[in-house]
Structures are given as C-alpha cells and as structure tokens.
Design a protein. Sequence first.
Length: 165
Amino acid sequence: MPSSPRDRIGEVYGKLTVVRASERRTKAGNVYWWCRCSCGAEREVPSDKLSLNTARRKPTVNACERCARELQIEGVYRKNDREEKERRQAAVEARSKLVGQVPERWLKLPLTDAHAREQGKKLFFRGTTCLRGHLAPYRINGGCLACSGQMPSAANSPSTRPTVS
Ligand SMILES: [Zn+2]
Ligand SMILES: [Zn+2]
C-alpha cells in the first residue's frame, strides 16, 4: 500500500488549480489530481507532473490541454517576432555601411522579406551578399536579383562578406 499522497488541493501550478484527488494512479503508484484551468476546463494530471521547479528536466503541466497548446503557439510567435526584429536591426546596420557604395534607392527599400510584405512591396535589401557573392536587392519569394539577371550586382566591398541566414 503506497503511503497516502500529500494533499495538493488548492495548490496552483501556472493556470491550473488542484481541485480534487482522482482515483487514478500512475504505474509507479503516483496519484492523479483533477485540476481546473483558469479557462474553466479540467485536466487530470499525475502528481509528478505538478511542479513549480522549472529548472528540472522533466516536463511539467501548467494548463489544460487546449491552453497549453495556445501557450506553445504564442511562444512560437514571440520567437518569430524577436528574430524578425534582429533581422531588421542587422539590415539597418549592414546598409549604413553601404551608403555611397550602392544605388541610393536600394537603401530606401524595405529591410527584409517580411518588411516588404507589410508594405505591399516586392523588393527588399538587407545589405548582405547572396551565396554567390552578389550585392543586390532580393525579390520576395524570389531571391537575389543579380542571380536572376534582373539587376547588376553592386561592387563588393570588404565590409560586405557573405552572411549565412
Ligand atoms: Zn485552459
Ligand atoms: Zn546573387
């Protein structure tokens, strides 16, 4: 007979509040707890998944299944936003070093693919060279305009080494 479980009723784990014990046991004999999510949904969670120790490796549960999925999607959006900001910042810096070396109008183009889409434009210029060493604007969904023969590459300068993106 396993020792009686610690009473967790009322404890809060993220969006979940423990509301009552379940009859269910894990293979290891751990008790399951019914938890109510802040959205109102309930979820049965084994006690070893209820932890506030975020440093540990084992995954923990802190929301109902639907909210957990939404939190995960939000996390992906936040990461994409951050990466896009970094790309634009890098483009601003790369372009600032190209003043006088590339046509003026290139420096007025959108900074990235996403930036061009936001503005309803087709071209953007990150100030980086393509894998073949061209320094030229890119077309959204297309690629380097010098590669596709639509525009000559600007003279390469030492400050524009190819960057892997
Ligand atoms: Zn929920
Ligand atoms: Zn190219």
